[in-house]
Ligand binder design. Structure first.
Ligand SMILES: [Zn+2]
Length: 426
């Protein structure tokens, strides 16, 4: 049906329709940034290939790469001749990120261990260091001391002065607002709403970025792992809690409140088991290590010994399960069924290309046994298509810290490329 406007309609009241798109959406990132990221992703790449990959003219790539070389972010590297090839005239030249241009530190702060890695601008590991700690909440001051100590140790090991670093990325469990550098809640601190990025930055004199640790595992997969070639995937971690990092369109999805997706606190049982967040029936309260430990102490009639570590208790439970103890097996199987509820909800909501299960507990293969996967099939919408693939990546804490380093590298390069743009615009 046509809409008839009156003769007097001047169109002055028109508001426009369709989504309002921010001026710097992904596809409109400055070409300078796209070129840099293309070189970083490739490792080594000839100019002509950058132009092809980005669909721009070789001339504009040449202009931009000259600027990036002048500002020290990338460099020309003689490409080694291919086997059997004789080099005539000028050797072929490829572009790569100038590894020594910047160095950053990534840290994973957890209940049991603090780990730091120091990496160069190309993302290669220079040194790593970790310090064990006793579980339990810390004061903010205690956490700052831990960060400062860890930083000093990893710098010493790498032979790098603190002043030569360009920033620090820090990952920790809980609700973290990456954009504001705020830790809204974490089981590691005895207080809420801590401006951790600003406080750490004041303490160590470097730029600091903080994020939820599971987002940083997703970041590590996106930068170094299976996620490099995927646009949408989920990383689910099971450790002291249950976390999920979700990558949507090659970026970490954080939501409007910017704390990301809290898979561990989706409800799998009304009025169910008590969760450490204070609510009842959360997935975490059935699957995380403290949930398994609670069941183990009750079902196997093991008194909780003072100072006994949860890891020792779970190892023992696992050994019993492997040896055929029916109660021990049923504890893992039950946790696995709850995990299936959580994972099938992820598939039903987001339809990712891949779900990566990560974290220490993934060694407990009962958690993702055939029954768990069969349970998932029962709970997922049936499209008649194959089940979303699930991979187990039982990588260690170094990977988590590497994700924190990727967060810092990404922030440093974005800041530099924005600064570059300002210089160019003058
Ligand atoms: Zn909860």
């Amino acid at each position: 049906m046509l809409t008839h406007y009156s003769a007097g309609d001047t169109g002055a009241g028109r508001k426009g329709v369709g989504p309002l798109i921010a001026p710097l959406s992904d596809t409109l990132r400055p070409l300078r940034q796209q070129v840099f990221e293309c070189v970083r992703a490739a490792g080594l790449i000839p100019r002509v290939q950058v132009a092809k990959d980005l669909g721009v003219s070789p001339a504009s790539v040449t202009t931009i790469t000259s600027e990036l070389i002048d500002s020290g972010l990338i460099e020309e590297i003689a490409a080694p001749p291919r086997e059997g090839e004789t080099v005539r005239g000028r050797p072929a030249v490829a572009l790569g990120v100038r590894a020594s241009a910047h160095r950053v530190v990534g840290m994973k702060i957890s209940d049991r261990e603090q780990t730091a890695v120091l990496v160069d601008f190309a993302g290669s590991l220079i040194a790593e260091e970790s310090i064990p700690r006793r579980p339990g909440p810390m004061t903010v001051e205690e956490l700052l001391v831990v960060i400062e100590t860890l930083l000093a140790r990893v710098c010493e090991k790498a032979g790098v002065r603190r002043a030569d670093l360009s920033g620090i990325g820090i990952g920790l469990p809980g609700f973290v607002d990456n954009a504001e550098g705020m830790v809204l809640w974490t089981p590691l601190l005895d207080s809420r709403n801590v401006a951790l990025a600003a406080l750490t930055s004041q303490r160590v004199g470097l730029p600091v970025w903080v994020d939820n640790e599971t987002n940083l595992v997703a970041m590590a997969e996106l930068w170094f792992g299976a996620g490099r070639g995927l646009s949408d995937f989920a990383v689910v971690t099971i450790e002291h809690g249950v976390g999920m990092g979700f990558v949507m369109n090659h970026r970490i999805y954080r939501g409007t409140q910017r704390v990301g997706l809290e898979l561990g606190h989706i409800k799998v049982q009304l009025d169910g088991a008590l969760c450490r967040c204070g609510q009842r029936g959360c997935l975490e309260a059935y699957v995380a290590d403290y949930a398994l430990a609670r069941e183990a102490t009750t079902a196997l009639n093991w008194g909780h010994k003072e100072g006994q570590s949860i890891t020792v208790l779970l190892e023992s439970l696992y050994d019993h399960a492997k040896a055929g103890n029916a109660t021990a097996r049923s504890i893992f199987r039950r946790a696995g069924r709850y995990l299936a509820v959580g994972l099938s909800n992820v598939v039903n909501l987001f339809d990712p290309a891949l779900i990566i299960l990560s974290g220490e507990r993934m060694r407990y293969d009962y958690l993702y046994a055939a029954e768990t996967l069969a349970e998932m099939d029962n709970l997922m919408i049936n499209t008649g298509r194959p089940r979303t693939p699930i991979e187990i990546h039982a990588w260690g804490v170094r990977l988590w810290a590497h994700g924190a380093a990727a967060l810092a590298l990404s922030a440093v390069s974005e800041t530099l490329l924005a600064a570059n743009r300002d210089i160019a615009a003058q």
